[in-house]
Design a protein around this ligand. Structure first.
Ligand SMILES: [Zn+2]
Length: 175
């Protein structure tokens, strides 16, 4: 098994090895990536990443093409669930000599003395951003029915306890 450092270094691209112009690099993003490097994450997954890297001297245009699947727990029935996902993202990386510039969603700055660009954090951020807000079985019928039944029963219990019309409550006090 990879150590965390080895795994992290798998996503380092040596700048001296990047030719001018466009090239394509392939990366695997396994479950270990999420579970070892970002172990507080509430999701995981396995993705293939195609990275189109376009170098123009000190400026690197990165285009990310992800395809794979997320794994997590269904928000509705809590059962483990996997869902297919594919999405694209882009980022510009610029080498600077004097540390000028503030990182934004579109551009990040690295020191001209840095020997490599590491994309592990970017990969994680992009996967986090595209993780569905509601991670659920597409058909409610695929959910774990025993859990759904229990949730519905709890809800009914709660509503019958709390839903007393305040006007009736006031009347009862007068009696
Ligand atoms: Zn479900």
């Amino acid at each position: 098994m990879n150590t965390e450092k080895e795994l992290y270094n798998d996503y380092s691209i040596k700048i001296s090895s990047i030719a001018q112009g466009k090239q394509m690099l392939n990366f695997d993003v396994p479950r270990d990536f999420f579970e070892l490097l970002f172990d507080d994450s509430d999701f995981s997954g396995t993705f293939k990443l195609e990275l189109i890297l376009d170098r123009n001297n000190h400026v690197f245009n990165l285009e990310f093409f992800f395809s794979g699947k997320y794994s997590g727990n269904c928000n509705r029935c809590l059962a483990p669930l996997e869902r297919d996902a594919s999405f694209n993202e882009a980022m510009v990386v610029k080498e600077t000599e004097y540390g000028e510039g503030e990182d934004t969603d579109e551009i990040i700055f690295i020191d001209i003395k840095d020997e490599s660009i590491n994309i592990a954090q970017l990969i994680y951020e992009f996967c986090r951003v595209h993780y569905p807000l509601r991670f659920i079985h597409e058909n409610e019928g695929d959910c774990d029915q025993s859990v759904i039944d229990k949730l519905n029963a709890d809800e009914e219990e709660n509503t019958s306890e709390t839903e007393v019309d305040p006007r009736w409550a006031a009347l009862n006090k007068l009696k």
